[in-house]
Design a protein around this ligand. Structure first.
Ligand code: PLP
Length: 451
């Protein structure tokens, strides 16, 4: 393929849309970051000037079966021909019911109830509210607090942003965020936080987990253990840390702390769930079952904006036994077209045995990344699971000193990958704490091949 100046795409795109350029001068087009897209097919994006770009990140970790699948389009169109919308309060929609059944079954019945929504943030907001309402139902109204981690992202709306610990994304809105209800603990990121023991040995996984979980226990004690509704955790931290899996045993130990204090565990699997890490639900690899689970991204694969809140036995059982109804709803909840798309995407993942491919190709990807760039003086860490890999860049490999944030190193890598290699990767900042530190994420579709 002939070399092509990538940024000329944006120039020609902008010229054909002077209105966009003049009304939104800082929308990224000026910087050459967002070329006009003509189409997307399989694992590739195509710009209006014909540049073909490999999608190595599914956009924002979304396009899990690739782009332009006719079978999904057909399922969506066929649902639209029947009806394209109904208010969930008035009718039951067949694809929604089928999708709920699919999800419950996919957990072996461990999760029992489903709320079908349209974004990860909605699912997280819903999980926080349902946790709170559950404790009203069971006569514990004093439970009003949540515990989350720094350097975890849980969404953009004010509740989700308040509970989240993504410093850079919180910063402009700090005065608007709910203060006081959200206890916070440090991330579980061994690259930056594993300590050296007094005898000079490096902290083992068990010691690391013990120390991290002691911090969680301390936070419960600080807030008052019987005031905590829930702890919310990403099983593999996505945007805020760049694919940092929990150290083995961490999630299980955190669940035990929650259980001991009668609090709920919410697992935010918006990014790490629905197959991304090699099992449909990330918690399957951890030997635990959450009380509440959020999913999105790979759930609908980008064919429709699909997300969901999954509800475990404890809460679903109370709702059933006592006839309780969650005081919550969205206009587009249980959207039939969203359900039709997600159902089809999920049936493709199942029928094409794509999780096996995620595991095999994920292992290959991780190995190749480590072999080929692991020794680079500015590559601090390569981490991940399944087809969910992050690369953290550092100024100094020995001291792990991050780059000056104003250099925007991840963005430079992004631009270079795009210009030189025609590859789209996902950029992030924040893995060294306090908004510092750079990473990129690689999240190809589940049907990618190494050939
Ligand atoms: N939770 C996690 C773990 C996420 O990664 C994201 C988005 O990246 C969200 C929640 C918010 O999802 P959305 O952007 O769909 O609102």
């Amino acid at each position: 393929e002939a070399k092509h100046d990538f940024f000329s795409d944006t120039t020609s795109g902008r010229a054909s849309s002077s209105e966009t350029a003049s009304t939104t001068p800082n929308d990224g087009v000026e910087d050459g970051l967002r070329p006009f897209l003509a189409k997307a097919k399989g694992h590739y994006w195509y710009t209006t000037t014909g540049t073909k770009i490999l999608d190595a990140c599914g956009g924002a970790g979304v396009a899990c079966i690739g782009h332009g699948r006719k079978d999904v389009m057909k399922a969506v169109a066929s649902q639209m021909r029947r009806y394209s919308y109904t208010s969930y309060a008035h009718f039951r929609a067949q694809p929604v019911v089928e999708l709920e059944e699919f999800l419950v079954e996919s957990t072996g019945g461990k999760m029992q109830r489903v709320y079908l929504l349209c974004s990860g943030s909605e699912a997280v907001e819903s999980s926080l509210k349902l946790a709170r309402e559950y404790f009203l139902w069971v006569g514990q109204p004093q439970r009003v607090n949540f515990i989350a981690r720094w350097e975890s992202y849980h969404g953009a709306s004010l509740g989700a942003l308040s509970v989240g610990g993504h410093v850079a994304r919180r910063a402009p809105f700090e005065p608007l965020l709910q203060q006081g209800r959200f206890g916070r603990i440090s991330p579980c990121n061994p690259y930056r936080q594993r300590l050296t023991n007094p005898d000079g040995t490096v902290e083992s996984d068990d010691q690391f987990v013990e120390r991290k979980v002691a911090e969680l226990e301390q936070e419960f004690q600080r807030l008052g253990p019987d005031t905590v509704c829930a702890v919310i955790l990403e099983p593999v931290v996505g945007a805020a840390l760049g694919c940092a899996p929990a150290v083995p045993g961490y999630l299980r130990a955190a669940k035990q702390v929650c259980d001991r204090h009668g609090a709920l565990l919410i697992l935010d699997e918006v990014m790490s769930g629905m197959g991304r890490t090699g099992s449909l639900h990330a918690w399957e690899q951890e030997g635990i079952v959450p009380d509440l689970q959020t999913i999105a991204k790979g759930f609908g694969g980008g064919y429709q904006p699909a997300s969901a809140l999954l509800v475990g036995h404890k809460i679903a059982g109370t709702m059933k036994k006592e006839g309780k109804v969650f005081t919550h709803g969205h206009t587009y909840q249980n959207h039939p077209v969203v359900a039709a798309a997600a159902l089809k995407v999920q049936s493709i993942i199942r029928d094409d045995n794509l999780l096996e491919n995620v595991r095999a190709q994920g292992e290959l990807l991780g190995r190749l990344l480590k072999e080929r760039i692991g020794e680079h003086p500015n590559v601090g860490d390569i981490r991940g699971r399944g087809l969910f890999w992050g690369i953290e860049f550092v100024r100094d490999k020995t001291t792990k000193q991050p780059f000056d944030p104003t250099l925007q190193i991840a963005l430079q890598v992004y631009k270079t990958a795009m210009q030189e290699m025609r590859v789209l990767v996902y950029t992030g900042q924040g893995c060294a704490g306090n908004g510092k530190g750079d990473h990129i994420m690689i999240m190809p579709a589940y049907n990618i091949s190494g050939k």
